[in-house]
Ligand binder design. Structure first.
Ligand SMILES: Nc1ncnc2c1ncn2[C@@H]1O[C@H](COP(=O)(O)OS(=O)(=O)O)[C@@H](OP(=O)(O)O)[C@H]1O
Ligand SMILES: Nc1ncnc2c1ncn2[C@@H]1O[C@H](COP(=O)(O)OP(=O)(O)O)[C@@H](O)[C@H]1O
Length: 207
C-alpha cells in the first residue's frame, strides 16, 4: 500500500477520559477475542453465540466478522495474500480501538497467516488478545459448505480458496483450541461456554 507510513508531523492527542474509567463504567475489561479457522469451521456462529451469552450476563461486546467487514471497511480488498494481510491489519486496528473503548471485541476472520495474527496480538497492550482456534478438519468444513464455496473452489471456479489452494497456518500458541470430541463437534453453546469461562477466569468480566 503506497499510502501507508506516509503521515508526518502528526501528534498523539490524549483524552482525559481513559480506558480505566470506561472499564469502570462497564464493569468489564476491554479485550479482543480473535477467532481464526477455515471457512465453515463455525467462527461466525461462535462469535454470535459468545456475544449473546455475554449480553445475557450484562457484558458489552461487539462482533467484527470478516465477511461483513468486506461489505464496507474492506470492500476494496480481495483474497490475494497482500489483501488478506491488509484485511487483518485493518481489523486488528479496529479491534484494538474497541478494546480500548472497554468492550469485549470478538473478531471472526479466517486470518490464515500466522504472522498477520501475531501482528494483531502485538498491537494489544497487556496481552489482551485471546486467540481462539477453530480446529475443525477440512473435511468437516467442506461437508458443511454452507455457502457452496468449497464446491466452486474444487471446480476451479474460485482460485486461492483457503484450505484448497491457499494455505491455512494453525496457531502455535493460542489461548483456546476448540475441536471435535470423539469425532463430534461440540454445540455452539458448549464452545461459547468455554470462551466465556475463560474470560471469567481471566477477570475480564469484572473491573
Ligand atoms: N478465496 C477465498 N478464501 C477464503 N474465503 C473466501 C474466499 N473467497 C470468498 N471467501 C469468503 O470470504 C470469507 C472470508 O473472509 P475473511 O475476511 O475472514 O478472510 S481472510 O481472513 O482475509 O482470509 C469467507 O467467509 P467464512 O466462510 O465465514 O470464513 C468466505 O465466505
Ligand atoms: N458447533 C457447530 N455444530 C454444528 N454445526 C455448526 C456449528 N457451528 C457452526 N455450524 C454450522 O456450520 C456452518 C458454518 O458455520 P459458520 O459459523 O458460518 O462458519 P464460518 O464463519 O467459520 O464460515 C453453518 O451452517 C453453521 O450453522
Amino acid at each position: 500500500m503506497s499510502s501507508l507510513n506516509n503521515s508526518t508531523n502528526i501528534f498523539w492527542q490524549e483524552c482525559p477520559v481513559g480506558k480505566v474509567e470506561r472499564q469502570k463504567l462497564l464493569n468489564q475489561k476491554g479485550c479482543v477475542v480473535w477467532i481464526t479457522g477455515l471457512s465453515g469451521s463455525g467462527k461466525s456462529t461462535l462469535a454470535c453465540t459468545v456475544s449473546r451469552e455475554l449480553h445475557s450476563k450484562g457484558k458489552l461486546s461487539y462482533v467484527l466478522d470478516g465477511d461483513n467487514l468486506r461489505h464496507g471497511l474492506n470492500k476494496d480488498l480481495g483474497f490475494k495474500p497482500e489483501d488478506r494481510t491488509e484485511n487483518i491489519r485493518r481489523v486488528g486496528e479496529v479491534a484494538k480501538l474497541f478494546a480500548d473503548s472497554g468492550l469485549i471485541c470478538i473478531a471472526s476472520l479466517i486470518s490464515p497467516y500466522r504472522k498477520d495474527r501475531d501482528a494483531c496480538r502485538a498491537m494489544l497492550p497487556d496481552s489482551n488478545f485471546i486467540e481462539v482456534f477453530m480446529n475443525m478438519p477440512l473435511e468437516l468444513c467442506e461437508s458443511r459448505d454452507a455457502k457452496g464455496l468449497y464446491k466452486l473452489a474444487r471446480a476451479g471456479k474460485i482460485k486461492g480458496f483457503t484450505g484448497i489452494d491457499d494455505p491455512y497456518e494453525p496457531p502455535l500458541n493460542c489461548e483456546i483450541k476448540l475441536q471435535q470430541e470423539n469425532g463430534v463437534c461440540p454445540t455452539p453453546s458448549a464452545m461459547a461456554g468455554q470462551v466465556v469461562s475463560y474470560l471469567e477466569d481471566q477477570g475480564y468480566l469484572q473491573c
